[in-house]
Design a protein around this ligand. Structure first.
Ligand code: NAI
Length: 432
């Protein structure tokens, strides 16, 4: 499972050889750890056009010192770009500084929502998307480029903090939109203290990392997994001071049983359980089609409806669903899986505004790309290598990358993030 190529490419002969042969040059990513919690450099704040927002107080609270020489992060406020002419200012602002951005650094471009601006403004703002995605593909050295469309700087604080931290190491080429302010009294160190989070499929892989990350952020975690995985679920739960719940999520009454197990309700619901049963459609019997749709999508719909209907997800609650880039781009051999994961996107986009209006609950999705887990270790070597390299960071992600993204979406200060589908894929070429 270890990425030996990544290690080799980091050695002196490896660097030389990969450069000579024009091979991918993955850089080791700086990920969050208690020892290295921040990017380890300063912030350069640039503007293009005449911005309406005052970002300075929010940026100051990220704790990144101002740095104009060799910044670890660049924020370009392009919310004031209202026509094509103003795009020249985007070019003029970033071109001179791109080279100086530190390895594993961040470029975050801020834009305005496309609606309700006029078509000249919409064209210029949409242009930022192509700009960001293109720059993400050429910048290299573990650096990421993302676009955040916002209307309210305060409401975007948790998102800015995430994007300007090592927690977003594998998130690049994304377009995220945040809405209006949701007031929240936030403890930025342990934001989930006093809250209960349930993670389906939490006994191993990505779900285990999600459970650990939410527990790190203070949540009391309930690790749900199938009865066959109960021992692992218990082990994970015990390590995190949480509890295990042995339950097959496809059970018709799974929602009711979760609600019964958590009489005080829950604050964070992470739908992570998922399976694959790959075959090309011509060779796929119904026995391989149905379980994938059932585990990945139908049970998610059923339990969400039951829990929201019973009022078991508290106001201010967060639902995070797990999609996949296979649901956005499609993947040979995965018509069942791709359909189920695209269905998750449909669920999230449709339910998000209604869940917020009716229950005060946000609904978002993470869409992982190639993540190093037991699931991907089983993929044949060449397909695995292609999956690892065919993204802007030229490497696979880790379960922690999906977990950190989930923790940001689960954050009490992320109430303005709703209906978003955020790919954690290192800007995979698939479904770009
Ligand atoms: P995994 O196979 O390592 O873990 C999945 C967990 O879900 C297991 O513990 C399993 O027992 C549990 N589970 C399966 N069916 C269940 C059911 N009916 N009820 C309760 N629990 C059930 O998978 P991995 O890699 O950790 O994936 C987690 C999620 O991320 C899945 O939804 C997967 O589709 C998605 N994903 C993973 C990617 C990757 O590269 N590993 C890429 C894209 C999406």
């Amino acid at each position: 499972m270890a990425d030996r190529y990544l290690r080799f490419a980091g050695t002196a002969p490896g660097r030389l050889l990969t450069r000579r042969l024009g091979l991918p040059q993955p850089a080791p990513l700086h990920r969050f750890s208690p020892e290295r919690p921040s990017l380890g450099g300063g912030l350069l704040h640039l503007t293009a056009g005449k911005p309406d927002l005052d970002l300075a107080p929010v940026l100051a609270r990220t704790g990144l010192p101002e740095d104009t020489g060799h910044p670890a992060a660049v924020v370009l406020d392009a919310t004031g770009v209202r026509d094509v002419d103003a795009l020249a200012e985007v070019h003029a602002a970033l071109r001179p500084v791109v080279r100086s951005v530190a390895s594993s650094g961040r470029i975050v471009v801020l834009g305005s929502p496309l609606d309700p601006c006029d078509h000249h403004q919409a064209a210029a703002q949409q242009a930022l998307e192509g700009f960001v995605r293109s720059l993400g593909k050429e910048i290299g050295r573990g650096r990421t480029v993302n676009l955040l469309r916002l209307t309210d700087a305060g409401a975007a604080e948790s998102t800015l903090r995430f994007l300007l931290s090592p927690k977003s190491a594998y998130v690049s080429g994304q377009v995220i939109e945040t809405g209006a302010a949701q007031e929240a009294d936030v403890d930025w160190e342990r934001p989930l203290a006093g809250r209960t989070a349930l993670v389906t499929g939490g006994a191993r892989g990505i779900g285990e990392a999600v459970a650990a990350t939410l527990a790190r952020d203070g949540a009391r975690v309930v690790v749900l997994d199938v009865p066959q995985a109960e021992q692992d679920a218990r082990r994970v739960a015990e390590q995190l001071g949480g509890t295990a719940l042995a339950l097959d999520i496809t059970a018709a009454d799974a929602g009711e049983r979760i609600a019964a197990a958590l009489p005080d309700g829950l604050d964070v619901l992470v739908h992570n359980a998922g399976i694959t049963r790959d075959r090309r459609l011509v060779n796929m019997p119904a026995e391989r089609w149905s379980p994938v749709l059932e585990v990945n999508l139908a049970s998610m719909l059923r339990t969400t409806d039951a829990l929201l209907g019973a009022g078991a997800v508290k106001r201010g609650g967060r639902i995070v669903a797990t999609a996949s880039i296979a649901g956005l781009a499609g993947n040979a051999g995965q018509t069942n899986y791709g359909a189920s994961k695209a269905g998750v996107v449909g669920l999230v986009r449709s339910l998000a505004p209604r869940a917020l209006a009716g229950h005060g609950v946000t609904v978002n999705a993470v869409a992982p790309g190639f993540i190093e887990t037991k699931m991907t270790a089983a993929v044949p070597l060449f397909i695995r290598e292609a999956g690892r390299r065919m993204n802007s960071l030229a490497q696979g992600g880790l379960p922690a990358d999906v977990a950190e993204t989930t923790a940001w979406l689960a954050h009490p200060a992320s109430g303005a993030v709703n209906g978003q589908v955020v790919r954690v894929c290192g800007q995979s070429l698939l479904g770009a």
